[in-house]
Design a protein around this ligand. Structure first.
Ligand code: SF4
Length: 311
């Protein structure tokens, strides 16, 4: 299968993720028949070669199986996209033509999926995602757009996307396996568990034992802004570099796989109503949560209160 990777308004973090994947590693996919027509950090050809590859795909001379788009689509000024040009045109228009020729289109990273950091207010470059702009089902393409396979844009959300989510999604396509998508067009195989599941601070969460400053052993949900119980992502099921995750390293989950990322506010602070967080774990009712939390805090074991357990 032939893959073309286009970088738009991006920091390059998803490319770094791709290079870090180990389960499966990219090399294994190449051995299985994945052909990289172009990847900005792996291709050694000049950008003149990229221009030729793009021309051949659009003219129908080179079939394109997978288009990966990294970064948000810059539409400024006045919907020309010329703040991010390619060959004298807005890159967004080139990407739209390539997507029309591709069998599958993957938005790699939350910027490509939903606009991400660049589309957050005030969005000075008028950035959009491939098929969403934040929660609006309207991006570079409208909601009813489909690639040649009949699928909408497949959103591998994350800032950056988990390394193995990228290579596993590519492996699914390479092996002809179906990818089922959730309402935000994320593959359900990788986005059905919360970051909270598998977090080593779970016992602290159960008993509402938390620090108010970073660097402690407690749960990060009640004071320090952790979005783990609200965020669907594999980060604590499948560790990064087979080693760690944000919450294991003591940094709150920022909810980066959500269309609303980054949320408007302090990412290291939990907004509360009284002593209860405004946003509760997915599916939990406020009245139940309040009753349960007060009881749980009173029942907290000494070893947790004394922070004697490693997170
Ligand atoms: S730190 Fe976050 S992910 Fe970990 S237990 Fe607390 S709320 Fe859940």
């Amino acid at each position: 299968m032939r893959l073309l990777w286009m970088q738009a308004g991006a920091c390059g973090g998803d490319t770094l993720s791709l290079l870090s994947a180990d389960h499966p590693p990219l090399e294994q996919l190449i051995d299985e028949g994945l052909e990289l027509l172009w990847q900005p950090s792996l291709s050694t050809d000049s950008t003149r070669r990229l221009t030729q590859i793009i021309a051949d795909i659009i003219a129908g001379r080179t079939p394109l199986d997978i288009l990966c788009v990294e970064g948000s689509l810059i539409t400024a000024p006045r919907n020309t996209g010329l703040w991010d040009p390619l060959g004298g045109r807005g890159k967004k228009d080139v990407i739209a033509e390539l997507a029309g020729a591709a069998q599958y289109v993957l938005a790699v990273g939350t910027c490509a999926a939903y606009g991400g950091v660049h589309a957050a207010p005030p969005n000075p470059a008028d950035c959009v995602g491939m098929q969403f702009t934040r929660t609006q089902a309207d991006g570079l393409f409208r909601a009813d757009w489909r690639s040649r396979s009949g699928l909408p844009v497949i959103n591998l959300a994350g800032c950056p996307t988990h390394p193995n989510t990228i290579t596993k999604a590519l492996a699914f396509l390479l092996r002809g396996l179906a990818l089922e998508l959730d309402p935000w067009q994320r593959p359900t195989d990788f986005f059905t568990t919360t970051v909270h599941q598998g977090c080593t601070r779970n016992e602290y969460h159960e008993y509402d034992v938390e620090d108010t400053t970073l660097g402690g052993r407690g749960c990060l949900f009640f004071n320090l802004g952790c979005q783990g119980p609200l965020t669907l992502a594999p980060c604590n099921q499948e560790l990064w570099n087979s080693r760690s995750s944000k919450t294991r390293a003591g940094v709150p989950c920022f909810g980066c796989t959500s269309p609303t990322f980054p949320r408007d506010g302090n990412l290291f602070r939990t907004e509360k109503l009284g002593h209860i967080p405004l946003q509760l774990p997915l599916g939990v009712q406020r009245a139940h949560y309040m009753a349960y939390k007060d009881l749980a805090q009173q029942a907290a074991p000494e070893r947790l209160i004394d922070r004697k357990m490693e997170p």
